[in-house]
Write a protein that binds this ligand. Structure first.
Ligand SMILES: [Zn+2]
Length: 234
């Protein structure tokens, strides 16, 4: 008899908990109704916001709602390829195009050591503009009229033979100057930390040129630059 009663009223903890959880779920759903249409409306806006900061895989956004103890959590799953370059303040900003300086051929000289015109600067140096090269044909070329050698206006500058856009290169340096770590910077501009270290070495050979650009276009302060160069030269 006792045994029978015990069987009947024994607290069946497991099944009781399950029932309580189910009830909670039902209550939760009532409290925060979320309709598929709502999620569908939300998706393009989420993609838009995330796209400002990340290169996202647009078609792969998944949004789910997980409910627990009276709260609903929105779980957004959105694969991305890389962070977009950002500046302090978070929001992506149009990176300044480096100045397309007025190219004055008289300020250049023929780099060919065999040329009788080698090393001559000035208005009679026989150097003329001679088209463009590089990706998108954006980098001006010059030509020595004496020996016919064509050469880049970037020769002897920090950008000579740089394989990425100058915007990316300068943005990475600006992050470093403002105190970001190599690894973080690499992630933010979407390249390898080894590449960032090479860029730092490259920049060290052209400190004035780099400092000038970073101060003028990427809001780097002279003290930050001084600290950066001192630290990197060690
Ligand atoms: Zn020449």
């Amino acid at each position: 008899m006792f045994r029978e009663l015990w069987q009947r009223f024994r607290p069946d903890t497991v099944s009781r908990r399950t029932a309580r959880d189910r009830l909670q779920d039902i209550l939760d759903q009532d409290r925060t109704p979320l309709y598929p249409e709502l999620i569908d409306a939300l998706k393009p806006e989420l993609v838009e916001v995330f796209s400002r900061y990340f290169e996202v895989e647009r078609g792969q956004l998944a949004v789910e709602v997980e409910r627990h103890n009276g709260t609903a959590t929105l779980i957004v799953n959105l694969p991305f390829r890389r962070c977009k370059a950002t500046v302090a303040g978070g929001r992506e900003r149009e990176l300044p195009s480096p100045p397309q300086p007025h190219i004055d051929p008289s300020q250049f000289c023929c780099p060919n050591p065999q040329c009788p015109n080698a090393g001559k600067k000035g208005p009679h140096n026989h150097i003329i503009r001679s088209g463009f090269y590089g990706k998108g044909k954006r980098i001006p070329l010059l030509k020595c009229q004496v020996c016919g050698k064509r050469f880049s206006v970037r020769r002897n500058t920090v950008l000579f033979k740089l394989k990425v856009k100058e915007e990316t290169f300068y943005q990475a340096l600006a992050f470093l100057v403002k105190g970001k770590k190599i690894a973080t910077t690499a992630q933010m501009v979407g390249c390898d930390p080894k590449t960032i270290r090479r860029w730092v070495k490259r920049a060290l050979h052209h400190k004035d040129e780099v400092s000038h650009f970073l101060q003028q276009y990427l809001e780097c302060e002279p003290e930050q630059l001084l600290r950066f160069w001192t630290q990197k030269e060690r």
